[in-house]
Structures are given as structure tokens and as C-alpha cells.
Design a protein around this ligand. Sequence first.
Ligand code: DPX
Ligand code: MG
Length: 570
Amino acid sequence: MAAQQQGKFTVGDYLAERLAQVGCRHHFVVPGDYNLILLDKLQAHPDLREVGCANELNCALAAEGYARANGVSACVVTYSVGALSAFNGTGSAYAENLPLILISGSPNTNDSGQYHILHHTLGHPDYTYQYEMAKKITCCAVSVPRAVDAPRLIDRAIRAAILSKKPCYIEIPTNLAGATCVRPGPISAVTDPITSDKNALDAAAKCASEYLDGKLKPVILVGPKVGRAGAEKELIQFAEAMGCSVALQPAAKGMFPEDHKQFVGIFWGQVSSDAADSMVHWADAMICVGTIFNDYSTVGWTAVPDIPLMTIDMDHVTFPGAHFSRVRMNEFLSHLAPQVTFNDTTMIEYKRLKPDPPHVHTATREEALTRKEIQRQVQEMLTERTSLFVDTGDSWFNGIALKLPPGAKFEIEMQWGHIGWSIPAAFGYALRHPDRHTIVLIGDGSFQVTAQEVSQMVRYKVPITILLINNRGYTIEVEIHDGSYNKIKNWDYAKLVEAFNSTDGQAKGLLANTAGELADAIKVAEAHKEGPTLIECTIDQDDCSKELITWGHYVAAANARPPRNMSVQE
Ligand code: DPX
Ligand code: MG
């Protein structure tokens, strides 16, 4: 702020100050002439570091990953040609419950009134379309019409994003970024959380005891919103008070410790791990905490719990016959914990059902690389410092089957499911967590979507380890529905990432065809701290997990349900 105190304070400075105050230390950008003055203002803030991205899709996904690490993030793009690409990553933030602040430059405020046709636009002088589109994919969209409106609108959008854990949109015309603006008031007005309504909290707790009354076999099912609500600690406290089994949805992996004695595995219908499936189906009461039941998590609707549920969401609680608004997940869990009756029946049953640890074959150095051997070696890489990103494809199944040591973090984008997400998202995440070892598991098809962002890992010397599993195509799609469209052009992936080095970069690209080559490559990656290491792991085209095949068949069946209103003649 010191430099800004002296000169003129502008709309751009106001935004910069708010971004810094809410905790953004980095902001992700792609420049364009509608946002250049704004970028100058953000750059001038001493607590913000600008991070350039190769394109706006990657820019928004990098910010999506940064929000996972930091709780909030910002992405700055130019009008239309930039923003429309960034909308995809913004959709991810919406689906994944992450407060990403999407900021777009826009036309000079005089242009629409003068009916000017401008570059980068649809070619007609109605410049409201981008703002209208943004409203659909954010919790709050604002378009700043005059400098005097900027403080109010910027604060409104950022507060909405922080409170609802969803993205917001702020549009700033090119001639307003440098316009004079008043200084911001206390940040608490933007960031202070809404606490639970005391009456609703008490009433919901009473309803919970009625729901659990007389139930013999309660189970807790954990969903991905637990992490977004920041309720992991309270969940452990509540689970220990209950004493019952705790199963996790796949996208919640990492949100409850896997070495905890009440952890009974990942509940994913037919492709569940450990004994989670049996425990969930045996239960007569199910406390769902932050769960999301979609076609993927329910394996094509075949794994929807069929008993009445108690559901604790981020800001409300529901029961078979009652709903309580303004009850925050973390507050409710810690409020309820001392009131529940300890009941470990499901743990006693779990001990009887718990499968023996699988026998894992260790390949000899010369053996051709297989998916199972990759999984075995990745398992050995995991430590308390690991943050593991798994991309859409068999990497989901390979990653979910791993055992996370205490402290290890797991990131997955299962609601939005954008192939290639993990490359920019891991980049954004790792900038915020240089202390952690970020590992990415990704397929060849996914990598081809966002490969350019490896060049930012090179530029900013981020030591991410990328294990690219090359099975020559879109295998998950093959299992859902095969066709020639599931084949892709092969690349020399190891050479490609080294091409990003040019004269000054230090990416390493390695190829592993055998178990021994993978073990050697992992050693190189673990020692390399000056940039990313990509290990291309080649496996047979048909070498995929049985979980993927099973899941693929059920999802295909769900996709293929005929229209309900089909007429008899058809
Ligand atoms: C598509 C998917 O190679 O992984 O293990 O071989 O399946 P696997 P790859 O990365 O291929 C991914 C591919 C094409 N999904 O199998 S999952 C459809 C899709 C998507 N996202 C976007 N476009 C298409 N999920 C952006
Ligand atoms: Mg593939």
C-alpha cells in the first residue's frame, strides 16, 4: 500500500488491495488490450505476484488449483477471446466449490453508446453478453459501469464467492481500471463468515438425536464438500464420538485419515474399496456429510443409498422430514459430537468383513511396465508431504486405490471432469505449496489438452512430478462406448516437455518401458528440484483397472436409458 498511498488511488488499486487482503498472494493472468492497465495496477501491489499462463483455459484451471491450496484465487483475462475460454475453468470452480475470482477487462465505457463495433467481440455493439453468460456460471457477476460503483460491486462479488465457495465474476472496462477510486474499508466486511443460527443449530441437533434414536447400525458417509467447508477436524471429532464406520465418496479421498481405525474404505458402489460397500448397505442410519450423489459417484445410479438419510451440507442440514437452514457444517459437527451416543456396531462388523491386504506383485527390473506396477511404485513415493493430483481417466481409479499416508493430500475434479485439468491445477497448487511434493497421474489423452502449462512449471521452476500413463488413447471412453474417435495421435511426451526448456529451462522428460526404467526415473524426479519431471509410462492398450471396466459398463447403461416420453410408434 505504501506506494499507492502517495499517488492517485484507482479502481485497479482497489481490486488489488482486496485480492491481497483476502489472501491471494499470486494472481493468474493472460494479457490482452482490454486488461493491460488493470494488470499494471495489480502488478504494482507489493503483496501480489503475477503469474502468466499460456492460455485462458489453463489460466482459469491454474487458479482453480490455487484455490484448492489457498482457499481463494484470482484469474485475470481479456474480453471474450480470453474470458470465454476461462469460463470452462470457472465452471470447474463452480462444480468443485472453489471461490475463484474471475476478472475480465471489457470495452471502453463510451463504445456501446456510440454503437462502435469492436475487436474481440461478436461484432455487434451490445457488450453485455459476456456479463450475462458469466451470471450462469458464478454465484455473483458484476460489471462495473462507473468508477464510483467499483468498491461496492467488487466487495459484493468477492464476499459472495468467499461465503458460498463458488466463483464470482468482475468485469472492469478498460478505461476504468486507472480511474480514480476511493480507498477500501475494513476487509472484515468482506470476509467475516456467516455463523450458524443458534435456534436452527439446536433444533437440528434435536432432530439428529430423533433420527438416530433406536438405530443399531449407523454409518458416516463423507463427501467432497467436507474439505471445501474446512470441516475435516470437526468431522474426526464427530466420528470419534459416534464410534461407527466412516466410508468416503471417491471425490472425498484424503478428507478423513485413511489410517484412522474407523476408516472403512471408499464407497463407490460396485467399485468400492476395502469393505465400504458392505458397510454402507448394512447400515440402518446414514449420516451423509458433504456428499454429492451424481451419476459418476453412484456408478450410473446403481449405488444410491436406499435408506432415509441425514444430510449435513455446507450451510444446512436435512432429515427425512425436516430442513434446517443456516447451520454450518463444522459448527454442527462439533455441536452434535458431545450429544451423540457411542455405537461401534458397524466397526465390530467391519472387523469381520475387512478384506486381507492384497498380495502385490513386485515386477523384476526387466518386466514390461504394467498399470499395477506403476501403482505399486507410486504407492512407495507417497509421504506426508505428497499432494497427489489424479486426472480423469484410469488415473482416477489408479489414484483412488492408493493408500494415503497421514498428511498426504489428494486432489480430484470428479464433478466437472475436465480432461487435462491436473496440469494447470497442479501448477497453481504447487506455487502456493512449494513445501509439498506435487505428483500428477494423468493419461495421454488428458495431457494433450493442457500440455502447454508444463512450460509455466519450467518458467517458475516448479518441481512437479508428472506420471503420464500412455495407453495410446481414451481408454475410459473405450469402456463406456468404443469407436475410432477414441484413438489419438501418439506424441514423444518426454521430448515435448524438454522442448519447453529452450535455452534456460530445466524440465526433465524420461521414458519408462520397464519396471526398472520407472524406478530409475522416479529417483531422477525426486532429486530434481529446478523444474518439472515428466515420466512417460508406456503400458499395453488393454491394461486398465477392472474397476474402470466395471464402472464404465454401468455408466454406459445409465447414458443409454431411452427417453421416458418416447412414443409407442418409435
Ligand atoms: C475423455 C476421456 O488418455 O486417460 O485412462 O486412457 O482414459 P485414459 P486419457 O487421459 O483419456 C481420457 C479420455 C475423452 N472424456 O478417456 S476421460 C471426455 C472429455 C472430458 N473432458 C473434456 N473433453 C472430453 N472428460 C474437456
Ligand atoms: Mg489414455
